[in-house]
Structure formats: structure tokens, C-alpha cells
Design a protein around this ligand. Structure first.
Ligand SMILES: Cc1ncc(COP(=O)(O)O)c(C=O)c1O
Length: 293
């Protein structure tokens, strides 16, 4: 008799619920997305679906109807009635007995949750602390894959140090991104008559080593709208510690000022003026863009 055990409960293997045999669980063999709404309107759904399509293609999961996923996201979001919602969804390569290649035809599994977004206003008002951690991830971090163990370990280390996010540093000593966020620095101070010179916004370029973050995209646009030069070039933790301002960017919290980096105060230890301007410009995009717009 083939057996399965869940905690102390023993059941015949063939009576297991399919969810226990999902390849996402065994192998992390799937990809996911997280998007959010502002005031009842899903934000940047197209951008999230495009990235999701790229992730699916990159790992060779076929036969997923993206128009259907879009419809499911909107249907679940509407059903939730939540104004500030977080929508998580994933597709795995399917279910079956634990076999690396999988046996027989595989039907991708779709799973989605809509939950209430946590309030990040105090983090935004006070700023957060971050600490560095080695980037232990694989070489295709542009795929939003379910394999998140290095990210979990990095976050655990940060939490242990009393920090809110881990900033990942690669083997060359350069920052890639946050464990679950993108990462920006403001270097230099505004000078010149209009206060437009002498400083810039910097973040790592889009390569296979970082996730093409949707918030990153909108933050770069916000910078350009404000006439702030944006440089897509990696920098070191030592440079970050000396930056005028640092920013964490992620869908669920959008633009969050960082006021401490590996124990160094950033600026005067309070959120800086350029981050505030960027956050205000970013929020304009969230006001005008809805999924159905
Ligand atoms: C590794 C990593 N980088 C960046 C981000 C930010 O991406 P987005 O702005 O699309 O939420 C995330 C989000 O979870 C992430 O996990």
C-alpha cells in the first residue's frame, strides 16, 4: 500500500489532495505575480501580466491563457470588495507524483489570493532600516519563480538584525536588489538655480540578475518626469552607506524611504526631500491608471 502522512495523519497515497502533489511545492516549479490596487483600482495589471508571460515562457510552461488569468484577477478582486488589495497568483507546472520530469500530460495549476494590504504609512513616514546579505540566488533572477529560499534566508537575517529588508550583494561586491524589493540611491545634492543639477537617482540595470520590478519602472518614470537624471549602474554597499537618500521600491508598499543602511544613518536619519518628491510623483501614476483604463 502506498502511504502519505500529513503531520501525524496517515492516509492512502492515492487519496491525497492534488495540492499536496503540486510541483510548486516539491520543486518550486512555477512562477508568480503580486499586484495591488489603489482605492479600488488594480494598478499596472498589464505590466504584471507581461512579466508573468515572460516568466512562463522562460520556464517553458505552455498553454496558459493570459486573457483568462486577467479575467480571474479582476473577478476575484471585484468579489473581494477590498479597496487596497494585494493580489497574489501563481501557475505551477501541475501535479503528480514526485518526479523531476513529471509523468503524463501536465495541466498547469492556477492559484490566487486577494488579501487586504497592510498599512505602510508609518514605515513611509519614519523610514526603514536595511542590512546587507550575500546574494545567494540563481542566475535567472529576472524570472519571478517560486524558488524563494535565498530571499527568505536574507529576510530572516535582516529581521534578526532589527531591519525591514535585506539588500543583496553579489560576489563582485555590488548590490543587485532587495530580497523582495528593488533598491535605489540618490547620490549628490541638488545644486544650480533650479536645484536640478548635481544629483541623480541610481539603481542596478535590468539584467538576468534582478527582477524587472514594476515599481522600479514607475519610479524611474517618476524621476524622469521630475527631471532627475537616472543612472542604471550597480554600486557598492560602501557607496550606498554614503548616499544622500536610499529607497526601497516594491508593489505592496511602493516607495519607502530607507534611513539606516547596515547601521549607518542615511542623511539625517529621516526620509529625504527627493524621496518625498519621487513618492508624490509616483502616486500620480497610481491615481490615473486602473486596470480597465
Ligand atoms: C527580488 C525582488 N525584486 C524586486 C521586487 C519588486 O518588484 P515589484 O515592483 O514588481 O513588486 C520584488 C517583489 O516582490 C522582488 O521579490
Amino acid at each position: 500500500m502506498q502511504i502519505a502522512m500529513i503531520q501525524d495523519r496517515m492516509i492512502p497515497f492515492n487519496e491525497l489532495e492534488p495540492a499536496y502533489l503540486d510541483r510548486g511545492l516539491y520543486f518550486g516549479d512555477g512562477v508568480y505575480e503580486v499586484l495591488r490596487s489603489y482605492n479600488g483600482r488594480p494598478f499596472a495589471l498589464d505590466e504584471h501580466l507581461d512579466r508573468f508571460a515572460n516568466s512562463l515562457t522562460a520556464i517553458g510552461i505552455e498553454g496558459v491563457d493570459l486573457a483568462r488569468i486577467r479575467a480571474r484577477v479582476l473577478q476575484a478582486f471585484d468579489a473581494s470588495g477590498l479597496a487596497h488589495a494585494k493580489v497574489y497568483f501563481h501557475v505551477t507546472r501541475g501535479c503528480g507524483s514526485r518526479d523531476f520530469l513529471g509523468k503524463g500530460p501536465q495541466v498547469p495549476t492556477f492559484f490566487l489570493t486577494v488579501t487586504e494590504l497592510g498599512d505602510s504609512s508609518s514605515e513611509k513616514a519614519r523610514g526603514i532600516r536595511v542590512s546587507t546579505y550575500p546574494d545567494l540566488r540563481w542566475k535567472r533572477c529576472d524570472i519571478k519563480s517560486l524558488n524563494l529560499l535565498p530571499n527568505v534566508l536574507a529576510r530572516r537575517d535582516a529581521a534578526h538584525k532589527g531591519c525591514d529588508e535585506a539588500i543583496l550583494v553579489n560576489e563582485s561586491g555590488l548590490i543587485t536588489e532587495g530580497a523582495a524589493s528593488s533598491f535605489f540611491a540618490v547620490f549628490g545634492r541638488p545644486t544650480g538655480a533650479e536645484g536640478r543639477k548635481g544629483y541623480h537617482l541610481q539603481t542596478a540595470p535590468l539584467t538576468a540578475n534582478i527582477l524587472p520590478s514594476v515599481t522600479r519602472l514607475f519610479l524611474i518614470r517618476a524621476g524622469r518626469n521630475l527631471g532627475i537624471p537616472v543612472l542604471e549602474e550597480q554600486f557598492t554597499p560602501e557607496q550606498a552607506a554614503e548616499a544622500e537618500e536610499l529607497i526601497m521600491a516594491v508593489t505592496t508598499k511602493d516607495i519607502v524611504p530607507i534611513v539606516q543602511f547596515d547601521g549607518h544613518l542615511i542623511g539625517d536619519g529621516t526620509p529625504g526631500p527627493i524621496t518625498r518628491r519621487l513618492a508624490a510623483e509616483f502616486s500620480k501614476a497610481t491615481e490615473v491608471r486602473g486596470a480597465r483604463a
